[in-house]
Ligand binder design. Structure first.
Ligand SMILES: [Zn+2]
Length: 415
């Protein structure tokens, strides 16, 4: 696709003013005044216990513009240690019709086939859990694209919301259920600038591509702000996912380079999906689709540490109702709600957990667990976990963005 003049301008701005570089530097520090509480001694409450499946989302094969065929991609998934791979080739459900999802249904990793739909002259939607007969109509309006996915019983998400090359630009649309809050290709593109490139070349030469990927891991501020604005007040549920957009080839300055490999990409960031314990074999496919639709998932920079086992749940103290991330909790005005989150012990004590209500931090904790009881006002409550190198009082340094939960949506009900 030929770059439009506005795309070229955006790329030039990115190269010269290097916003990605300054994101990366500023993100290494955090000031968290007065919010820091001691971690609770008891493990955080999680409601039901789920199986935590690691998913590599939004990948391209030779069915569109990816480098490799599906068996090669699945081998890369096994090497990277993910539980499932979600394919999203451009504007086609042919891989599903060709039986690839079925072929890998009993395997580890298993395969889910969705598609990436081109709308509005180069903007993108993801269509998940759509039937084999669905064939997207290209270049229609974003609204028509969303309506068509829904008409086929699918799950439409807005993809690449704040990408440098393909930013989504029609926020007046309705009927979509999710947002690709983190797209690693978008993140990587922000690092194509004159300040980041020398660091990338140095890291690549001395420590390899994994170090480059870790260095690039930054908080997707603009997409998170959009997500918070969509869910503000807790009325509307919008599922957030983190994906890779892996092609195993990077276009730069008119040439294609075979980097990063699928395996390297899969290790960068994952969406962890929570399904009922004991589901095995082909039944995992429907369970993962149901959990994604329910927002029972979190996404994370797994390249910085394995968060498998992360939990976030809310309890209405009066009614005793407990819900996990993604779900809705009813509370009468003024009733107390307890929010509990727990990050894995694997990352030790250097974990900062922050609870956000409608995008504003309301409580923080260090040490890997957070438990706080607040007045359950209507809103979208979600957790961000950060790793940090050190702390002097309220000042944290060596901070890295790590885990993003889906929100618990609190709605006030009248007595
Ligand atoms: Zn893509």
């Amino acid at each position: 696709m030929a770059s439009s003049f506005s795309t070229k301008l955006r790329i030039a701005y990115n190269v010269v003013f290097a916003p990605g570089f300054f994101d990366a530097m500023a993100g290494r520090f955090a000031f968290v005044p007065s919010l820091v509480s001691l971690p609770t001694a008891a493990p955080a409450e999680s409601g039901t216990t789920f199986a935590d499946l690691r998913g590599a989302l939004h990948n391209h094969s030779t069915y569109s513009d990816g480098l490799s065929d599906i068996p090669t991609i699945m081998d890369a998934g096994a090497e990277a240690g993910v539980d499932f791979v979600l394919l999203a080739d451009h504007n086609t459900m042919e891989p599903l019709r060709d039986g690839w999802q079925e072929r890998y249904a009993e395997s580890s990793p298993f395969l889910l086939v969705g598609t990436e739909v081109t709308v509005n002259n180069g903007r993108f939607l993801l269509a998940l859990d759509v039937p084999p007969e669905y064939e997207p109509e290209k270049e229609v309006s974003a609204q028509s694209g969303i309506d068509a996915i829904r008409a086929h019983g699918g799950f439409p998400l807005i993809s690449l919301p704040f990408d440098m090359k393909h930013p989504f630009d029609d926020w007046s649309v309705s009927g979509y259920d999710g947002l690709e809050v983190l797209n690693f290709s978008t993140t990587a593109r922000r690092h194509i600038n004159f300040l980041s490139l020398p660091i990338i070349v140095y890291l690549q030469k001395t420590q390899g591509i994994a170090a480059v990927i870790r260095w690039m891991a930054t908080r997707p501020d603009a997409a998170i702000a959009r997500w918070d604005s969509l869910t503000r007040g807790g009325k509307r549920q919008v599922v957030g996912i983190g994906s890779l957009d892996a092609h195993a080839q990077m276009k730069m300055f008119g040439r294609k380079y075979p980097i990063p490999t699928y395996t390297d990409s899969f290790r960068a960031c994952q969406t962890h999906v929570l399904i009922d314990v004991g589901i095995t074999g082909a039944a995992r496919i429907a369970a993962v689709n149901a959990a994604l639709r329910a927002g029972r998932c979190y996404f994370s920079y797994d390249c910085l540490g394995d968060p498998t086992g992360f939990t976030f749940a809310a309890t209405n103290i009066a009614s005793g109702a407990v819900v996990p991330m993604g779900e809705r909790l009813a509370a009468h005005g003024g009733e107390k709600v307890r929010f509990a989150a727990s990050a894995t012990k694997a990352c030790g004590e250097k974990v900062l957990l922050r609870l956000y209500k409608d995008g504003k931090p309301v409580a923080s904790s260090v040490g890997g667990t957070l438990e706080v009881t607040v007045s359950g006002d209507a809103g979208a409550y979600r957790i961000e976990a950060f790793l940090f190198a050190g702390r002097v009082g309220a000042f944290f340094y060596g901070v890295r963005p790590w885990v993003y939960s889906n929100p618990v949506y609190v709605s006030e009900i009248s007595r």
